[in-house]
Design a protein around this ligand. Structure first.
Ligand code: HEM
Ligand SMILES: Nc1nc2c(c(=O)[nH]1)N[C@H]1C(S)=C(S)[C@@H](COP(=O)(O)O)O[C@H]1N2
Ligand SMILES: [Mo]
Length: 383
């Protein structure tokens, strides 16, 4: 084979880029899809943040029981489908990186800087999101959720600027038919179809982590909704949480305006038992339904002299430390008859990894707020 002479690499001029497939129209089509996906991610993500850190004005209802399961499932599914879309979009424009001169004016410099922020922030969100749901936390030496939340605002800000700048070009490109030979247009359509197929395939092989009928196809999902003790996945085991679940001195302590009661297991079982079909909807995008049986939280609230309609409750775990060792239940959930301190799952006592002896399970709530190994409940009456 003849050998080419060795050449030093130099950036190819934009007009010498090999693919005739790139066009403003193609970039616009990919951009619109990406914009919609990012909007869905931002709104569902923001909702998840508000539910976990509610400001005073925010009320999240207890019904429908599976609403959060849907919104967060949508967040992760949309985010994952974004991967090929973002790749194709960046591929369709990266030759602009080599434009000469790099900046033509102050306005142009500002615009390019905002695109730089957008690309970096979008990659940070998508790569971080994928690592998080894959449970590979090591490459992220910071608390994922906090970083992901702040950078989401950067994405949205930079995206609004970008859309503002490019809107005229996008409109023009989408209004007229595609440029180039019929061959090129056909190939471009093929490229778009390929990107759509990749997004579809990713969705099909992961969405079974939250859509039960598709669980058999969820080969790329880190979680299956039906794999785990008592047919339900586990995020943190009792051993990893360092909880002694067999302690015979266990008491559920309930503190309220009327004083303190301490209930052993026999006392808990002696209270009226109720059953509810409720999902665990993990923030990481998997969900699974269980049949939980136990004591209504509002009955415990009434036991310590508080009005369940106006009470807010802090639920604390036997787990000594850990980000999810306690959660707050607002009055909408406290008053709901399906909010339980569950003692059983599927008719059997809870498995240690599902929170034995007792766990909180409430409708329409992120998994991180469904505290396991409950040891203490503090009831406060809101004014
Ligand atoms: C592959 C893409 C993505 C995946 C897999 C993903 C995954 C996740 C996960 C697992 C959470 C829950 C974190 C927690 O509460 O512990 C989350 C929250 C969130 N996501 Fe994403 N995400 C992706 C892309 C995006 C994008 C593009 C945006 C915004 C433009 C975004 C905005 C948010 C926001 C605002 C939250 C709430 C953070 C908080 O609770 O403070 N995400 N995401
Ligand atoms: N005390 C305590 N409760 C906890 C957690 C935890 O780490 N500690 N993890 C939460 C998370 S992230 C989820 S998704 C659910 C999982 O519940 P499961 O193990 O019963 O499926 O428990 C929640 N309750
Ligand atoms: Mo979770």
């Amino acid at each position: 084979m003849p050998r080419r002479p060795a050449r030093r690499w130099s950036a190819p001029a934009p007009d010498r880029f090999p693919s005739p497939l790139r066009s403003t129209r193609l970039t616009s089509q990919l951009g619109v899809a990406l914009g919609v996906a990012f909007a869905v991610c931002f709104l569902t993500g923001l909702l998840s943040h508000l539910i976990q850190h509610p400001p005073g004005w925010f009320r999240w209802p207890a019904r429908p029981v599976g609403l959060y399961r849907f919104t967060q499932g949508l967040h992760v599914a949309t985010g994952l489908a974004t991967v090929p879309l973002l790749g194709a979009k960046l591929w369709s424009v990266y030759h602009h990186l080599f434009r000469w001169p790099p900046v033509r004016s102050v306005a142009h410099a500002v615009e390019r800087a905002s695109v730089g922020v957008l690309v970096a922030a979008a990659l940070f969100e998508v790569v971080g999101g994928v690592l998080n749901v894959a449970r590979w936390y090591a490459p992220m030496p910071f608390f994922f959720t906090a970083g992901h939340y702040r950078v989401a605002w950067l994405v949205v800000g930079a995206l609004l600027v970008h859309v503002g700048v490019q809107l005229p070009a996008v409109r023009a490109a989408l209004a007229r038919p595609g440029v180039g030979s019929p061959q090129e247009r056909l190939s471009r359509r093929g490229l778009l179809a390929g990107v759509a197929a990749a997004a579809g395939l990713i969705t099909l092989t992961t969405v079974g982590q939250t859509v039960r009928p598709l669980s058999g196809l969820a080969v790329l999902a880190p979680r299956r909704p039906d794999v785990g003790p008592q047919g339900l996945p586990v995020n943190r085991t009792a051993r990893r949480a360092g909880v002694d679940v067999g302690d015979p001195a266990y008491r559920l302590v309930v503190d309220g305006p009327g004083g303190r009661v301490a209930l052993d297991l026999a006392a808990l079982y002696a209270l009226p038992q109720h059953t509810a079909e409720l999902p665990i909807a993990c923030v990481e995008g998997w969900s699974a339904t269980g049949r939980w049986t136990g004591v209504r939280l509002r009955d415990l609230v009434a036991l310590v002299g508080a009005d369940p309609g106006r009470a807010s409750v802090r639920v604390e775990s036997l787990e000594a430390a850990g980000r999810y060792r306690a959660s707050t239940v607002g009055s909408a959930h406290v008053g709901d008859p399906a909010t339980l301190i569950a003692l059983r799952l599927g008719g059997e006592p809870l498995h240690p990894d599902h929170g034995y002896p007792a766990r909180l399970i409430a409708p329409n709530r992120p998994g991180v707020l469904q505290t396991k190994w409950v040891g203490r409940i503090v009831v406060r009456e809101a004014r």
